[in-house]
Design a protein around this ligand. Sequence first.
Ligand SMILES: [Zn+2]
Ligand SMILES: [Zn+2]
Length: 96
Amino acid sequence: MTTHVDEQVQARIAAAKAKRELQAEQRAELAANRQAGLTARKKAKGKRLYCATCARLQWRGTYYRCPLGCGVAVCRKNPHCGNTHLRQCDNRPEAS
Ligand SMILES: [Zn+2]
Ligand SMILES: [Zn+2]
């Protein structure tokens, strides 16, 4: 037979179990979010683009690609960067 106290104990055990399961669920969700964030961050970091001459971080519209086709970025607003790169570019005509 179950007493009133037994019922209370069972209810408390069930509540604790439910709480543990909820916390595990939340932990798993946070871990998944964290992993997704890390992956996105890593991806964004890998895509970052730097000027081939002055190594400043470039954004969309602040750089142009090397006109000789070597694929590097150079500052758009600083002509010095482009001129310096062109003289050192592996694709410059006098290099071959
Ligand atoms: Zn630059
Ligand atoms: Zn180049």
